[in-house]
Design a protein around this ligand. Structure first.
Ligand code: FAD
Length: 386
């Protein structure tokens, strides 16, 4: 039986970033997952390829982590786009603008394609000598006092720490016996890219209307990436023939001229486990928290999980990365951000979808207060920047 310091379940962005960062500390690390991240790294160059319709708004603290980990160096940087302004609109009220100048920073976020980021991190998995990729499927886990025994379809192994980075339906979380509270919003996240007639001027646009929230995130040139959190009934009617018209009827500040990608669809739910750890198992990324994409923070918070876990292991867990001194500190450290973001995204969703006059009036008062107050504006900028 092979013994590892850390096993990471899940070769997504968060799992791979965690595995590479831990292996650089000198720990013996392996990733278990159905798909090898090295395939992403080896795929043909992005230059000249259409933009991925899955993009992330990367906040400055996440960018800092990606730079310090050298992942940022491997991004195709000409395909990333900085955001200097966020404009929030509602059905009939004046715009609310959050500007990087107000926060004394150069940018509020950077838009990066999923494909671009996966390839960059995959390259580091490939070049990092001490990260092994084990294919296969986890069949069972058994927690002992000093280690975890993991049985996969390709063999049996042990580790001192098992990191669940296997996404929102985490199998490791289920095997660990951690319960989850879920909320189905009855909404779908529609994503697609568009060419626009007007220049975006490094601005991200967001609209809160009665049948959903529409965001246009700037991409290089005159391209934008749209995320529309929309009720399922309307999402079912959306196809490539009607999407431009449906958007034009609701919110079209940049004058969309054509659809530039396939339409992606993601069911929107909130998944919140009772805890981000149990015994020698810790959860990171969507396995630990799945939010509505309204504030564009899921991956950002996932990579904060990675950064925190790795720094705690470096400080307290080089002999035993699954020790109580690491696990308890990790659980306490992650609680506040996860709970406050869950509250923030749910409040925005509930207010946007509440059609009562009372709620509309509250929204108008809220918008006016944020427009007129530097303190409130700063609060929202801080939320956007993490
Ligand atoms: C429409 C939309 C827009 C978004 N926009 C943003 C944004 O702007 N900014 C932002 O920060 N976040 C955003 N998010 C959230 C973000 O996409 C997720 O938080 C992030 O991708 C989660 O990464 P992850 O690595 O934790 O999970 P995943 O990407 O789900 O990766 C999980 C990995 O685990 C593997 N796996 C699954 N089952 C198993 C198993 N049994 N054993 C082993 N491996 C397994 C999968 O193959 C996959 O490789 C958005 C989400 C949506 C839906």
């Amino acid at each position: 039986m092979v013994n590892y310091d850390v096993l990471v379940a899940g070769a997504g962005t968060v799992g791979c970033a965690t595995a590479v960062t831990l292996s650089r500390l000198g720990l013996r690390v392996a990733i278990i997952g159905p798909k090898s991240p090295i395939d992403d790294a080896m795929s043909e160059p992005l230059a000249g390829m259409p933009y991925d319709n899955r993009v992330f708004a990367i906040r400055p603290s996440t960018k800092q982590f990606l730079m310090e980990s050298y992942f940022w160096d491997d991004l195709a940087s000409e395909r990333a786009q900085s955001v200097r302004r966020i404009q929030v609109d509602g059905a009939s009220r004046p715009s609310l603008t959050l500007d990087a100048h107000d926060a004394g920073v150069l940018q509020l976020a950077c838009i990066v394609e999923n494909d671009n980021l996966k390839r960059a991190i995959g390259r580091h998995v490939r070049s990092e000598q001490s990260v092994e990729f084990l294919g296969g499927e986890i069949l069972s886990i058994e927690q002992k006092l000093h280690f975890v025994r993991v049985v996969t379809s390709s063999g049996e192994m042990t580790c001192k720490l098992l990191v669940a980075a296997d996404g929102s339906d985490s199998v490791v979380r289920q095997f660990s016996g951690l319960s989850v509270a879920t909320r189905d919003y009855g909404c779908t996240g529609l994503v697609a890219n568009f060419t626009t007639a007007l220049a975006h001027q490094n601005t991200a646009y967001q609209w809160m209307g009665q049948d959903g929230v529409i965001a246009y995130l700037p991409l290089p040139g005159n391209l934008v990436s749209m995320v529309w959190s929309v009720r399922n009934e309307l999402a079912q009617e959306v196809n490539e023939h009607v999407l431009c018209d449906l958007l034009a009827e609701r919110y079209n500040p940049l004058k969309i001229t054509s659809l530039n990608s396939a339409i992606g669809r993601f069911p929107l739910r909130r998944t919140l486990p009772q805890s981000v750890s149990l015994g020698r198992v810790v959860l990171v990324g969507d396995a630990a928290h799945q939010f509505l994409p309204l504030a564009g923070q899921g991956l950002n918070v996932g990579l904060s999980d990675t950064a925190k876990l790795c720094s705690l292991i470096k400080a307290y867990g080089m002999i035993d990365p699954g020790s109580l001194s690491v696990i308890n500190r990790y659980r306490r450290a992650r609680k506040e951000e996860i709970e406050s973001l869950t509250w923030f995204t749910e409040t925005i969703h509930d207010m946007a979808s509440d059609e009562s006059q009372l709620c509309r009036s509250f929204q108008d008062i809220g918008f006016a207060a944020v427009r007129g107050s530097n303190i409130f504006r700063r609060f929202f900028i801080d939320k956007a920047m993490g």
